[in-house]
Design a protein around this ligand. Sequence first.
Ligand code: HEC
Ligand code: HEC
Ligand code: HEC
Ligand code: HEC
Length: 464
Amino acid sequence: MRWLGSCLLAGAAIVAGAPLAWLSHGAEEPAAPPPAPPQEFELRGAGSCAAAACHNGNGPRGSKGSEYTTWVTHDPHARAVEVLYDKRSQRIEKNRKRPREVDENHPESDPLCLNCHVQPGIETYLSQTRKLPRRDTFSLDDGVSCEACHGAAGGWLTQHYTDTWRGLKPEEKDAQGMRNTRDLRVRAELCVRCHVGEGDLDVNHDLIAAGHPRLNFEYSAFLANVPKHWNEEKDRAGRRDFEARVWAIGQAVSARVSLELLAHRADPGNRRQRWPEFAEYDCFACHHNLAPKSWRSDPANVRRRLTTPAWNTWYLSPALAALSRAQAEGKPDPLEKQVAEVRTAMSFFASNRADAARAAGEAAQALAKWISGLETTRYDAARVKPLVSALESGIDKDLHECNWDQAMQYYLALAAMRQSLSDQDLPQVPGTRREYLADLRAKLGFPRGYDSPRGLDPATLPKK
Ligand code: HEC
Ligand code: HEC
Ligand code: HEC
Ligand code: HEC
């Protein structure tokens, strides 16, 4: 049984494809040839990878030479533009616009949507050049395709199968535009651009209230769930601590990027952004049933003040705090103070944009520095045990004060640790026991018909 993810990722329906129309962008030719695009937009399109002799060998899922086949058949990314044609997207688009704009309700050509459902920045490229990168092989309808992760292929498409190319170092390939997806940090940094957000690529509360799913990315769960068009054994070879490392790197990278996003949201010059931004806060602080008696109004359960929603309980959860405590090995924890400063600046009623932007920017820089140390950590027995203990003692202390976000982050952390202990033939501990995790997961799952943990009472969460 896979332990990661499925309550988080439940129910992404993939609709089988009606033929998709070309978008109007392709139709118009510019009067003069556009200037050469910057490297990141030298896109060749999934069509250029799709020859049978290249990556479309029609072999079994995940086999070498059938990467395109696997992606197009199994990967939700290949459907990412198709969803923009469906009713749900129409509704999002309608809700987020003013009534007079509703006639132009075309999510499939809305720049905001395309930037994440195709490729970050694609719309800037389209509006500047007024044509697709390559009409023969590039189609927006391919959704999130090869180059969104591997990098624009203009600089390497015609060489990357040669022996000379294979002999190059990852940095040399990167200089030509091919990203080093084998590196777990680089890989995480690719996912978070769309799954956490970057600058104006933002699923904020306006978009969520309009009907967009909330983005709660967690690297180990999402990586476990993405259909693999590569050899997983080879990916894990020489990395027995793969699972723990993915979890730790994912926590750090996601937190850094969420702080950068906050700095952008808070920037007083960012006039399109409302303030305070509700998506920065605990959703259920506002969206809960009003009842005369509830766990939230019992001071025995909750140390913080009840009058303000808590800030960023997903990306800066107690599980990340446990990681930074374990990583500090008894020395002062470098993240604690920095994150506390952002939390103070984000206290709901006092939150001042400029202060929040400054504090978030500084904390993001501190995290960036911290990540470069974390990256070289190997989670062998000597390292993974203290990490598991830090998570276990955290969950003992916090679980009954947790909201869903925090409890889910603990669950995902312990599930990753369970896998890592087992991969390294190390004994499980009480917090990673199968029965305990199954129990926790059942409690955190959403009831049928709900997109949220209806009525979750942390007092009922199981003790380890
Ligand atoms: C910051 C990037 C980003 C932006 C901007 C964005 N999306 Fe998304 N969207 C995503 C991601 C990532 C997912 C997958 C969420 C998940 O499952 O965690 C998603 C999921 C969806 C889904 C659900 C798909 C499914 O299979 O359940 C719909 C519908 C959707 N987006 C429509 C839109 C529309 C319409 C717009 C423009 C108004 C838009 N999105 C803008 C990143 C984005
Ligand atoms: C969501 C991101 C993503 C998308 C989209 C994607 N890939 Fe990958 N790809 C990866 C990751 C991550 C790996 C595993 C790491 C590695 O081996 O580089 C990988 C591995 C590969 C490998 C194996 C590399 C090796 O050295 O073994 C090939 C070949 C490949 N992808 C081709 C493609 C093609 C062709 C497409 C489009 C049809 C595609 N990928 C789409 C992320 C992606
Ligand atoms: C260019 C933007 C982009 C990038 C880069 C990207 N994704 Fe996605 N991803 C999306 C969108 C959009 C969806 C929603 C597709 C849909 O449901 O139709 C999605 C869906 C997913 C899903 C399915 C989610 C669900 O609810 O079932 C997983 C898992 C996933 N992505 C993992 C990853 C991982 C891992 C990486 C990095 C290696 C990555 N993605 C990189 C945009 C992106
Ligand atoms: C500070 C309070 C506050 C926070 C925090 C907050 N919301 Fe909202 N939310 C509102 C208000 C106010 C509305 C609009 C009123 C309405 O439509 O009922 C709203 C509307 C919505 C709607 C559309 C209306 C509905 O009930 O379907 C959704 C969905 C939603 N919020 C989801 C979220 C999610 C997910 C989060 C966390 C990421 C969140 N909200 C955080 C106050 C908040």
